[in-house]
Ligand binder design. Structure first.
Ligand SMILES: Nc1nc2c(c(=O)[nH]1)N[C@H]1C(S)=C(S)[C@@H](COP(=O)(O)O)O[C@H]1N2
Ligand SMILES: [Mo]
Length: 263
């Protein structure tokens, strides 16, 4: 009995420690105002279910070199004809800068060279398009968290919005203001801080081609393809999505797709 005692006490202490850790871990996330307001803001059942079931930290599966799809299907915009973008392509993106602005402590303007000098992550992941196809590719880029920590996220910020260079092909024909049909996407700060969320500049070991989003695209590996914005021009930290374009947080979301496109 007395021999068991210390062990039991150790066990109880360990349990308390684990419980305490788990509790403070959950507590930290659940009671953080930012997380709560994201939940409040999200009216999508999918989003809440996914967040409850998978939590903030689950990693998307990663694959080996042998699994890389021999041909990765391009989709959506594949050859943007927007004048500003064509100028950038013409000069091999030497004049391109990633602008980071909005609810940040310091605005950033980073060249491709500067981005490539930052810490990198490479991941081989499966891209699932909502249309029902998947391809496996290798992506190299800078974790979005690195950029955000350099910019300093202000406490009011809740979403990261990615603004792209392209307007979809049929956009001009409708006679709409091109700015209103420019591709854009948004994610919450949980996905923004996720280790597999990167701003990719290389695909399968070579710089991104125009088809796949040169010079920079987003990879948010736990969500569907339409979240993976290509042709990134600027990143904006915002408190609310309602003032942007159609108000639903993305080009396709404004046309009826789910904002949280969890896989
Ligand atoms: N800027 C921009 N990003 C975009 C799109 C687009 O049309 N424009 N299409 C999305 C969709 S629906 C998919 S499936 C992927 C396709 O990426 P890929 O061309 O590299 O296959 O890009 C996503 N990102
Ligand atoms: Mo897609």
């Amino acid at each position: 009995m007395s021999r068991d005692h210390p062990r039991r006490r150790d066990f109880l202490q360990a349990l308390a420690a684990i419980g305490g850790l788990a509790l403070s871990g959950c507590d930290r996330v659940a009671s953080a105002p930012r997380f709560r307001s994201v939940l409040d803001a999200a009216n999508s059942l999918t989003y809440r279910m996914q967040r409850l079931l998978v939590g903030a930290h689950r990693l998307a599966p990663e694959y080996g070199e042998a699994d890389i799809s021999p041909a990765f299907r391009p989709n959506g915009s594949t050859d943007p004809q927007d004048v500003d973008y064509l100028k950038l392509v013409g000069n091999h993106f030497a004049d391109w800068h990633l602008k980071v602005h909005g609810l940040v402590e310091h605005e950033l303007s980073l060249s491709l060279e500067e981005l490539r000098a930052l810490p990198t992550r490479t991941q081989i992941t499966r891209h699932d398009c909502v249309e029902g196809w998947s391809c496996i590719g290798k992506w190299t880029g800078v974790p979005l968290a690195e950029i955000l920590s350099r910019a300093g996220v202000r406490p009011e910020a809740r979403f990261v919005v990615v603004h792209c260079a392209d307007t979809l092909d049929d956009g001009g024909e409708s006679g709409a203001d091109p700015e209103s049909i420019r591709y854009y996407e948004s994610i919450d700060l949980i996905d923004a801080a996720h280790p597999q969320t990167i701003l990719a500049y290389d695909m399968n070991g070579t710089p991104l081609t125009v088809r796949h989003g040169a010079p920079l695209r987003l990879r948010v590996e736990r969500q569907l393809g339409y979240k993976m914005a290509k042709y990134i021009m600027r990143i904006e930290l915002v408190q609310s999505l309602t003032d942007l374009h159609g108000g639903r947080g993305g080009y396709w979301e404004d046309r009826g797709y789910e904002w949280y496109a969890g896989i």
